[in-house]
Design a protein around this ligand. Sequence first.
Ligand code: MV4
Length: 461
Amino acid sequence: MPETPEQSAADRFDTVLIANRGEIAARIQRACRELGLKTVAICSEADRQAPYGKTADSFLCIGPSTAAKSYLNQDAILLAARLAGAGAIHPGYGFLSENAAFADAVEKAGLTFIGPTASSIATMGDKISAKRAMMMAGVPCVPGPDTALPDEPATIERIALEIGYPVIIKAAGGGGGRGMRVVPKADLLHEAIALTREEARKAFGSPSLYMEKFLEHPRHIEIQVICDDHGNAVWLGHRDCSMQRRHQKVVEEAPAAGIAPDIIQPVGLACAEACLQIGYRGVGTFEFLYEDGAFYFIEMNTRLQVEHPVTELTSGVDIVQAQIRAAQGHVLDLTQGDVTCEGHSFECRINAEDPETFLPSAGVVTHLALPAGPGIRVDTHIHAGYKVSPYYDSLIAKLIVHAPTRAEAMARMREALAGTEVEGISTNIPFLRALFEDGAFAQGETDIHYLEQWLKLRRAA
Ligand code: MV4
């Protein structure tokens, strides 16, 4: 009798190594345990006291505090997986999560990489091939060619005129705000290209560039997808992540305010369809700019994202469990018709940082009070006595709320923020409290530039 996918899935792995740290290591461990899987936690020397180390089935220190020598050390992670008997590696977000060579090395070691194939990661890592794949799949993209800029100045000038100024020059190896330059008018075109090309060569090892229409006041809307290995893909709704500073998101929400379901639905369906066309597996996020009622694809993230909880609360789907089950080879246990969006959710990223300079604030948390109650969720790894180290990202907790309406969710977040106390280090909590009193934010009238403008005004006042 041939084995069904469900029969073989259970055998694929029973132990997961979590190749990450902080709140997401704790989050992934919880999902694994709920699925009956054993866990291997790893740490750097700075993270030996991590609470998720104590609750894991194995806990291995894999290197010094510097991420390059621990959380980014592929050989050390693969060795730890072998020593601890892990059959799969979950990369979390950041670190090695979008490294195609690592995904490939994991599979070559006979382990399962909990994420898409190395080939999907590579396609989406090159922003030009990502755009080409999406244009071919019928996903709406920003106007501009899905090919690298040629060398001939006259041809480049023609492309820019065809698109219409202002245009933006982006590096194929960039993404997340790195390696891009806006060109307001024709006489600045060639200099902008030369500068961006040099930066791209240095930063990404590739001088490849592309050009797009520059959208001046868009919102950042993203669509969450989940796919299995058996030709099933669904989208789980959308999020607004416009509230950011220097490409670091600060507040995210689901669904996006004021975008009618019948406007977003064709875009979500196109994303799910695109996943089938490219043979995508696991969770992914399509990033769009949204301006004047239209959506324009910019990038796809091939990892679990920081802000996944707002979609979990509105869709009722445990995205981390679904991701692990997809990697095991299970058939997706939900169809598009099962997916709903209930109520409204916000997430605040609580960062250990100086409120004026935004520089990371390290030290011991001397006192911690976390909010609780209906519709309140806190994803964190910290506790009173925890030492926040200066080596890593400053994210120490995510405060997530859910309520029937956007206004109620905002009120719930105000209460949750009022009930959050972190002492011993500086955090952005005072700033988040002020933001949730802002009138334009309450009206949903914000774009990707809003937060930086708000901060400027606040400093001036
Ligand atoms: C753009 C854009 C305007 N027009 N592309 C920045 C991060 C990277 N993911 C793409 N980014 C942008 N691409 C075109 N054609 C404006 C941005 C942008 C941005 C996008 C999303 C969230 C915040 C942002 C902040 C500044 C610029």
